[in-house]
Design a protein around this ligand. Structure first.
Ligand code: PLP
Length: 363
């Protein structure tokens, strides 16, 4: 029998995730020198990890023969102290992507509905579909989540609602008051997931911890891939009421997070000065990119994150032309934004290069 006839039918129609192109792929495909290519396509930290995190990762390699601590004890203790929560309220994943998938394992059955903004981080939809659930996409208004319409989209079949703030790919955020009111008004059969992957970049980021104290069905997601510069190591976490975290911990693989990532994440939390430096640089970089867009007469969506959505006309053409010039950005046609590209805020020099190449490509 053909393998395809045996698989879960959802697999046959499953859309494929299109990641930001790795530098090595672009170099190989276009015959370019990888050293001359810059990647501003996946909202990574252009300043890398904290040197302390890198040193801890290197040191952890010496214990590479041993399985990691599946319970991520040291990291959960550190997170608990940093966030004023209990260690039992955290679930650590192979990137926060894995926690989105664990939510699917724990909660979704065929025919369930999942409410999400559109466009928002595409993995919500991918996970929804692979579990045979239905993605109910609520268009953003002025590039922001329309929480009123998202609440109105909830039915008795809704199991999960994802709110991404700051939102990828728009860089927009909802206020703390909006998010708290939204969560408090949800019916009890719905679990709210607040994806805070970019929260550390935001001054006075919303504090959603009161929702946990109120015993609500809420899970918040964070990652070490962005401000902490550890995307390659794949580590992120969720925090929730202890009962929720315990159930999510039940559906993960025993050693889902490797020891090198755990050691690096602990050390990253010990270096808040580095993170603060990255926030300051990001703010300056955003201002630089926004000024550059204004000079080019290009519309952009004001962002509070580490990336900027820029209106370029034909997004795929501009993506392709920039790539040929050694600058990788993200086309967002698959997000329903064919006229835009999403650009990660780089170092000052990288931003200058991007703006110069963009000026050339746009003629
Ligand atoms: C909004 C959002 N959530 C989650 C993630 C996934 O992060 P991780 O690397 O922790 O899986 C990303 C990555 O781009 C993101 O943009």
């Amino acid at each position: 029998m053909k393998f395809a006839s045996l698989v879960n039918p959802a697999v046959l129609t499953q859309p494929v995730y299109e990641p930001g192109k790795p530098i090595e792929d672009v170099a190989r495909e276009l015959g370019l020198d990888p050293a001359g290519i810059i990647k501003l396509a996946s909202n990574e930290n252009p300043f890398g990890p904290s040197p302390r995190a890198a040193a801890a990762a290197t040191a952890a390699l010496a214990q590479g023969a041993l399985y990691p601590d599946g319970g991520c004890y040291a990291l959960r203790q550190k997170l608990a102290a940093a966030r004023g929560l209990g260690a039992d309220q955290f679930i650590v994943g192979n990137g926060s992507n894995e926690i989105i998938e664990l939510l699917g394992h724990a909660l979704l059955r065929p025919g369930d509905e999942v409410v999400m903004g559109a466009p928002a981080f595409v993995v919500y939809k991918l996970v929804t579909l692979v579990f045979g659930a239905k993605a109910v996409e609520v268009p953003l208004v002025q590039h922001r989540h329309d929480l009123g319409r998202m609440a109105a989209a909830i039915t008795p079949r809704t199991r999960l609602v994802f709110v991404c703030s700051p939102n990828n790919p728009t860089g927009t955020a909802n206020t703390e008051a909006e998010l708290l009111a939204f969560a408090r008004a949800l019916p009890p059969h719905v679990v709210a997931v607040f994806d805070e992957a970019y929260a550390e970049y935001v001054a006075d980021a919303p504090d959603l911890r009161p929702l946990l104290r109120e015993g609500r069905n809420v899970v918040c997601l964070r990652t070490f891939s962005k401000i902490y510069g550890l995307a390659a190591l794949r580590i992120g976490y969720g925090y929730a009421a202890a009962e929720i975290s315990a159930l999510l911990n039940r559906v993960r693989q025993p050693f889902n997070v490797n020891a090198i990532a755990q050691a690096a994440a602990v050390a990253a939390l010990d270096d808040p000065e580095f993170a603060a430096h990255c926030v300051r640089e990001n703010r300056a970089g955003l201002a630089q990119l926004e000024a550059g867009c204004r000079a080019l007469g290009r519309e952009f969506v004001p962002s509070v994150a580490n990336f900027l959505l820029i209106h370029v006309g034909d997004g795929l053409r501009v993506f392709d032309a920039l790539q040929r010039r050694g600058v990788i950005v993200r086309p967002v046609k698959s997000y329903g934004l064919p006229e835009w590209v999403r650009v990660t805020v780089g170092t000052r020099g990288q931003n200058e290069r991007l703006l110069a190449e963009l000026a050339t490509v746009l003629g």
